[in-house]
Ligand binder design. Structure first.
Ligand code: NAD
Length: 457
């Protein structure tokens, strides 16, 4: 075992030193999970659901303390930490209500003594390597349906959300999930890499494109299920007929919520030239009202940048945009240490020569670009290697549907943004990844469909 030093990103101070896994302990845990999974798969669905219902009740019971832990882990404003936990409850409710329907054995033919059935068999032991930005959401999208469908989970929380990961493990254990069925692996990327070396039946990853591509190279030849939920550069187009004030308020929130550290943060805004100036003014006015500061304070809206190296990415995007002629309307600098802080930053008059419009920023910065017409907006929205979400603000639903049907994205939004629903599939195009979580697809994905051909003699 080695050690992991945890730093509170809002204060720069050490919050804990904890024991971390190493290659030997990861191998040992993976072996234990194999035995645990076989027993867990034999527990009736009702018994597995009852355990997750108890887990839900414990999250409700401890919600305030869990929100505080999340804030200390990540620098997320406390109200947004509570929102995440409350959102998780809705996702659990969806999974509990849907798992039976999504995974019951289907008879697809019953004719002349021949029956065909589809059975949904658990994958087995799965790896769940998670990001820090919404650890309850991105972890829970995997481990809850995976456990409900009879899998064992080797859960590797991000090293930037370790205390939250341990809290999740503690509540699942208290809820009666055996400790060889849900097993936490503590540590940084090296522990994730050690997990890839084990005999597992599926790997579900949420994180950056760079790590996802490395994992894909490693898992590829092993013929196992691989899901990669990666980054985005999510665009929104504000059409000439859009309600300007409503769009500005919604998009300011979509760009800056969670300090801009959401996979589906609004990262590019295109505005029709006829309303461009009015939109930019309204957008900046909204962002100026966002309070930056202590994430534990109730009125804070913008908290700390969770990972220190991201400050360099933001600086580089700001310098590049300035050098190439973008108009800086507010922000553009780090805020003084201790801790990782960045001013909410808004650029107008950007273009696609700038990194700010091409690479994920993952911080409270945004570029706004003027467009002449719908065709130019669609062309620019699709000028990206990513494809997680995209949106259009307009009063005309038919036009929105037409434009969004031309955009490559897993989720599309009409007059809204930065929104995830447990009832809808969550997936990406291009470098935003492969695979699906949430919805009934995001339950079935933890099973292998087994084909039964049954002839009655
Ligand atoms: P990251 O890639 O740095 O780390 C993600 C996880 O991978 C961590 O647990 C890390 O320890 C582990 N890891 C690192 N190197 C590894 C290796 N070589 N082998 C195995 N595991 C390894 O990403 P992050 O900074 O935690 O998360 C931010 C990124 O996640 C952003 O790009 C964001 O857009 C993306 N994200 C996507 C979604 C989505 O649903 N598509 C959701 C949340 C976050």
């Amino acid at each position: 075992m080695s050690e992991l030093i945890l730093i509170n990103p809002a204060t720069g101070t050490q919050s804990a030193i904890i024991a971390a896994d190493d290659a030997a302990s990861v191998a040992d845990k993976a072996e234990r999970a194999r035995g645990g999974q076989k027993r867990w798969a034999r527990v009736a669905l009702a018994g597995r659901c009852a355990a997750i219902e108890r887990f839900r009740a414990f999250v409700v019971r401890d919600l305030e303390a869990l929100a505080r832990t999340l804030t200390i882990d990540t620098g997320k404003p406390i109200r947004q930490a509570r929102n995440e936990l409350n959102g998780l409850l809705g996702r659990i409710d969806f999974f509990l209500a849907s798992v039976q329907r999504a995974t019951h054995t289907e008879t697809v033919l019953d004719e002349g003594g021949m029956r065909e059935e589809i059975e949904h068999v658990p994958l087995g032991v799965i790896g769940n390597i998670s990001a820090w930005n919404y650890p309850w959401f991105v972890g829970g999208n995997v481990f809850i349906p995976a456990l409900l469908t009879g899998n064992a989970v080797l859960y590797k929380p991000s090293e930037y959300a370790t205390m939250t990961g341990l809290a999740i493990a503690g509540l699942l254990r208290e809820a009666g999930i055996p400790d060889d069925v849900f097993i936490t692996l503590v540590g940084d990327g090296s522990v994730g890499a050690a997990l890839l070396e084990q005999r597992i039946d599926g790997l579900f990853f949420t994180g950056s494109y760079a790590t996802g591509a490395r994992i894909a190279r490693s898992i590829g030849p092993r013929m196992m299920k691989l899901q990669l939920e990666l980054g985005g550069k999510d665009p929104t187009y504000v059409r000439a007929d859009a309600p300007v004030a409503v769009a500005a308020e919604s998009l300011a929130d979509g760009a800056m919520y969670n300090t801009g550290q959401s996979c589906c943060s609004v990262e590019r805004i295109y505005v029709h030239e006829s309303i461009y100036d009015a939109f930019v003014d309204a957008f900046v006015a909204t962002v100026r009202d966002f309070k930056v500061g202590d994430p534990l304070a109730e009125d804070t809206y913008i908290g700390a940048i969770t990972r220190t190296p991201q400050l360099d990415v933001l600086d580089a995007q700001v310098e590049d945009a300035k050098r190439k002629g973008a108009r800086l309307l507010m922000g553009g600098r780090r805020l003084p240490a201790p801790g990782n802080w960045y001013e909410p930053t808004v650029f107008a008059d950007v273009d696609h020569s700038m990194e700010l419009m091409r690479e994920e920023s993952f911080g409270p910065i945004i570029g706004i670009q003027k467009v002449r017409d719908d065709a130019e907006a669609v062309r620019l929205m699709n000028d990206t290697r990513y494809g997680l979400t995209a949106g259009v603000f307009t009063r005309d639903e038919a036009v929105a549907r037409q434009l969004l049907s031309e955009v490559n994205a897993g989720s599309v939004y009409w007059n809204c943004c930065d929104r995830v629903s447990p009832r809808l599939p969550w997936s990406g195009h291009g470098d935003s990844g492969v695979g699906i979580t949430l919805s009934s697809y995001g339950i079935q994905t933890f099973c292998r469909p087994k084909a039964w051909h049954l002839r009655n003699p």
